[in-house]
Structures are given as structure tokens and as C-alpha cells.
Design a protein around this ligand. Structure first.
Ligand SMILES: Nc1ncnc2c1ncn2[C@@H]1O[C@H](COP(=O)(O)OP(=O)(O)O)[C@@H](O)[C@H]1O
Ligand SMILES: [Mg+2]
Length: 329
């Protein structure tokens, strides 16, 4: 148990989470989170283990490995998740609680979040999967301050929470990071369930999301769209996939909110949308249309720069199409 406690501390003050949850006004939670709670489980208890299950787990783990996980790695955190991805769980996902999480390295460090490569594998078997661990930082959140407009359509009622965030105490900064993690996990759950091309959201613990790794089995991450120089046929195909994805969002009344050739990955010819904490409700957000236009302009510019004809990647036409799909036309 001691080891697990120290793991939790290492994962960025996750021990604060229960108290953080008390600050959440139900009305502030994204719809998916509220729905999850409507099944009668008290907040924060879903996904946690009963005493009995813990005892069984301890036995399983002992059977799986005599010495515990190797130094620097830790038992799978699946059983400790604050929330998990939609069921049915994908067949590639390792859900055995006796599995071990291996940190394989950094995919990208950024100002708001760091992304790591993680392998979850059951010792002594061939069950293994790769995941991207996106850890929101408790530091200075440019995104939050610069783009406070994103939050306009969402109500922030708990004034204690607002004060904590404004005072920029460690607690307040962690709360901001946690809000973004909660928002991104909810967005990914919803979009995954709606059939949009996004990484499967495996679990969230506090400020850390584990996502389906988009890349090769050897751990090579998929390139961002911005790095590619597709031939005309591939370019046309990626364009078609992009429009299809944006239509799925638009029909839900949503736009990405930070769309660019940096937040699109391409793996095996397939386009994947990532980086969704600021998913915008085009209807409820007073700046919703402006965000949609900005998203569309950013991607159209990239496609035109790679040779797609301007009359095809025409921002006005695409925005009109999407607003029509969102019934805002
Ligand atoms: N699921 C994933 N699979 C593979 N690589 C990922 C995944 N999620 C993120 N990355 C990598 O990490 C980078 C940063 O992730 P992103 O979600 O865009 O966070 P941010 O831009 O806020 O730092 C991405 O550009 C991509 O290279
Ligand atoms: Mg990004």
C-alpha cells in the first residue's frame, strides 16, 4: 500500500482529488460525467475497489510476480481510475489488475501538458498495450487565461473554486489542471461514442489521462499532419476524412476549438483528432461561431499550402456546411 501511495503523490498531487471533487458543483460537470453519476453510484466511488476485491488483487499480483513490479514501474492504475472509457472496452486494452505499467519515455513536453509513452502488460503473458499518458501540469495555464472564452458557455458556479484558481495557489493551479483533464476526458468519451476518429480514452486519474496510443507497435508515434507532404491522392483522402470528422462534431453542435495541423495525427492513412480539452459548444458558447470559423480557416490554410485547390478547401464554404449541419446555417 505504501508504494501505491507514493505513486499517487508522484502522479501530481492526486491525493487531493477527493477534496477537489467536493468543490465541484454538479452543474459544472460535463454532461457525460453527470450521466455517469446518474446510475446511483456516489461521486468518486465508481471504479474504486472494495476490500474484498483488493484482497483478491493482492493475491493475483503475488501470483503474477514474485518480486513486484520492476523498479521505476508500478502496478496498473486501472483499478484506481476516477473514470474510465466507454464500454465495451476495446479488445486490445489490458484490464487485468495484476498488469504492470511501464514508463517508456517522453512523447512531448509542453507548457500545459506532458505526454508520455506507457506500456501496460501482464507479466508472463503476451497481453500488452501501448498508451499515451497526457499529464496536465499544475503550472501556468496559458490556455485557461488566454482562452477564458471557451468557458463562457459553461457555468462556473462554485465561487470558492474560482477564487482558488484566481489566487494561483498550488491548490488553485492544480484545480485548473484538473478541470482541463476532466473536460478532455469527457470530450473524448462523447466523441468516441459518437464514432468520431479520436483516441480511445482509457482512464483518468486526477490530472492524468491515459489514451489509446496512435502509432506503431514499436512505440513510434504517428506524425502530426503538419509534418506530412501527401501526394494529391492522399491529400484528397485526408481532406475527405477531415470533413467527415468535422461533420460528426457539427451534428453534435460542436467544434474542436483548437484545430490545426498540429492537433491531427495520421496513422496508417487514417486521420485522428487529438487535444480536445476545449471542445466548443457552438450553440451555447457566445463565441461558438467564431471558434468554428477559426478552426476551419486553420485547416483549410494547411490543405491549400499542400496543394488542395482553394475552391475545395474554401473556409467560407466549409464553415457554411458545418453550421448547416449544426442547424445554425
Ligand atoms: N494518443 C496519442 N498517441 C500518440 N501521440 C500522442 C497522443 N496524444 C498526444 N500525442 C502526442 O503528444 C503531442 C501533444 O499532445 P496534445 O494532446 O496535442 O497536447 P498539447 O498540444 O496541449 O501539449 C501531440 O502533438 C502528439 O505528438
Ligand atoms: Mg496539441
Amino acid at each position: 500500500m505504501r508504494k501505491r501511495d507514493s505513486e499517487r503523490l508522484r502522479l501530481g498531487g492526486v491525493r487531493d482529488i477527493e477534496s477537489l471533487y467536493e468543490l465541484y458543483d454538479e452543474a459544472d460537470l460535463p454532461a457525460a460525467e453527470r450521466m455517469r453519476r446518474d446510475d446511483g453510484t456516489p461521486p468518486g466511488t465508481r471504479g474504486r475497489l472494495t476490500q474484498q476485491a483488493r484482497a483478491r488483487l493482492a493475491q493475483e499480483r503475488e501470483a503474477a510476480s514474485d518480486d513486484g513490479p520492476p523498479e521505476g514501474d508500478h502496478w496498473s492504475t486501472w483499478g484506481d481510475a476516477d473514470e474510465r472509457g466507454p464500454e465495451p472496452y476495446p479488445s486490445w486494452l489490458v484490464t487485468a489488475l495484476a498488469a504492470v505499467d511501464y514508463e517508456l519515455g517522453v512523447l512531448k513536453t509542453g507548457k500545459e501538458a506532458d505526454v508520455f509513452l506507457l506500456e501496460r502488460a501482464l507479466p508472463g503473458t503476451d497481453q500488452a498495450c501501448l498508451m499515451a499518458a497526457k499529464r496536465y501540469r499544475s503550472g501556468d495555464h496559458r490556455l485557461f487565461h488566454r482562452d477564458a472564452g471557451y468557458l463562457e458557455g459553461r457555468r462556473v458556479r462554485a465561487s470558492r473554486e474560482m477564487r482558488a484558481m484566481e489566487s494561483r495557489t498550488h491548490f488553485g493551479r492544480n484545480l485548473i489542471a484538473q478541470r482541463w483533464a476532466v473536460a478532455e476526458f469527457a470530450a473524448l468519451r462523447e466523441l468516441w461514442a459518437a464514432g468520431a476518429p479520436v483516441p480511445y480514452p482509457v482512464q483518468r486519474i486526477g490530472t492524468e489521462l491515459l489514451l489509446e496510443f496512435i502509432g506503431d507497435a514499436d512505440g513510434t508515434a504517428a506524425p502530426r499532419l503538419v509534418q506530412l507532404r501527401p501526394d494529391p491522392h492522399e491529400l484528397g483522402d485526408l481532406w475527405r476524412q477531415l470533413i467527415e470528422a468535422l461533420v460528426i462534431l457539427a451534428r453534435r453542435g460542436q467544434t474542436h476549438g483548437d484545430l490545426s495541423a498540429y492537433n491531427l495525427l495520421v496513422h496508417g492513412g487514417e486521420l485522428v483528432l487529438i487535444d480536445l480539452p476545449q471542445l466548443v459548444d457552438v450553440v451555447a458558447n457566445p463565441q461558438g461561431r467564431a471558434f468554428l470559423h477559426r478552426d476551419v480557416r486553420a485547416v483549410c490554410a494547411w490543405f491549400v499550402s499542400r496543394g488542395l485547390p482553394g475552391h475545395v478547401a474554401d473556409p467560407d464554404a466549409v464553415a457554411a456546411l458545418l453550421l448547416g449541419e449544426a442547424r445554425l446555417g
